[in-house]
Design a protein around this ligand. Structure first.
Ligand SMILES: Cc1cc2nc3c(=O)[nH]c(=O)nc-3n(C[C@H](O)[C@H](O)[C@H](O)COP(=O)(O)OP(=O)(O)OC[C@H]3O[C@@H](n4cnc5c(N)ncnc54)[C@H](O)[C@@H]3O)c2cc1C
Ligand code: FES
Length: 252
């Protein structure tokens, strides 16, 4: 569904990361793990929309947290207050589709966020907090500039940075001790998701980011491989995902 929303702010948080708020109709509904596909430019470059997880939704406002890495995100960073943004969404499934309140009473819920994967995990953390469901957030990034503690009020958290400038030094996955009582929800670089595959847990779910064309199930540019016995199937991250049972996914 194509939507238009007015930019409320598009604030630079550090050298490369921006925090964007868009006003949407109060009837707009979105769940944690879903994303929107934004037309970042009024001309033909870049031609394709760019996908971003919803970082937060409250009373008719969608927030996204994004890193400038190329032309599309640079153009997005130039959007100003009052500009109108054209986007498709919400797209994809949600962490909530895999969440059981009954299981959460008996198990330990761990959320794991790596880099900008924090965006979708943050929205899910707020959802859990709202429902008074206990969880622990493991949050890793390159350095302290890329950890946004200001958005983590009341989160039980473990932080790790590659350079040790905030929290523990090293990969966030080194600080997760899983067991059969643990349910993990995660989003981040594929290398992080691959490491999490080897952590013991009752269940693990991950939101995947892949290269997207249409974000509508048609172009197949976003496919990843899912185990099917000794063989595999292709699934579309934009349509069957973005959230999958992590143990089913073949990460190369
Ligand atoms: C479902 C989904 C949710 C996302 N949510 C967020 C978010 O919340 N915050 C955020 O900062 N980013 C997010 N991303 C990534 C974001 O969409 C890309 O960073 C953006 O599209 C890059 O556009 P660009 O034109 O600036 O860069 P491009 O010029 O397209 O690419 C610049 C460089 O980044 C690489 N690159 C681009 N996209 C990807 C990708 N999907 N995976 C791996 N490498 C890539 C390219 O190969 C190239 O080297 C998400 C992606 C997906 C699929
Ligand atoms: S992006 Fe086109 S099918 Fe997923």
């Amino acid at each position: 569904m194509i939507n238009n929303g007015k930019v409320i702010f598009n604030t630079k948080l550090n050298d490369t990361i921006y925090y964007l708020r868009i006003k949407v109709p109060i009837s707009f509904k979105v769940q944690p793990g879903q994303f929107i596909n934004i037309k970042v430019s009024d001309d033909y470059v870049p031609l394709l929309r760019r996908p971003f997880s919803v970082f937060n939704y409250e009373k008719g406002f969608i927030d996204i947290l994004y890193k400038v890495i190329g032309d599309g995100t640079k153009k997005l960073s130039q959007k100003k207050k009052e500009d109108i943004l054209d986007f498709i969404g919400p797209v994809g499934n949600s962490y909530v589709d895999f969440f059981s309140e009954d299981e959460s009473k008996e198990k330990n819920i761990y959320l794991v966020a790596g880099g900008t994967g924090f965006a979708s995990i943050h929205f899910f953390a707020k959802w859990l907090l709202n429902k008074k469901i206990k969880f622990k957030l493991f949050y890793g990034a390159k350095n302290k500039k890329e950890i946004f503690q200001r958005f983590c009020k009341n989160f039980d958290m473990v932080i790790a940075t590659d350079d040790g400038s905030l929290g523990n030094k090293g990969m966030i996955t080194s600080f997760i001790k899983g067991n059969r009582e643990t349910i993990i929800f995660c989003c981040g670089p594929q290398s992080m998701l691959k490491t999490i595959q080897s952590i013991r847990a009752y269940k693990k779910f991950a939101s995947f980011e892949s290269y997207m064309g249409c974000a509508n199930g048609v172009c197949l540019s976003c496919v990843i491989k899912i185990k099917n016995g000794k063989d595999f199937d292709y699934v579309r991250v934009c349509k069957e995902g973005t959230v999958f049972d992590l143990d089913d996914v073949i990460i190369i």
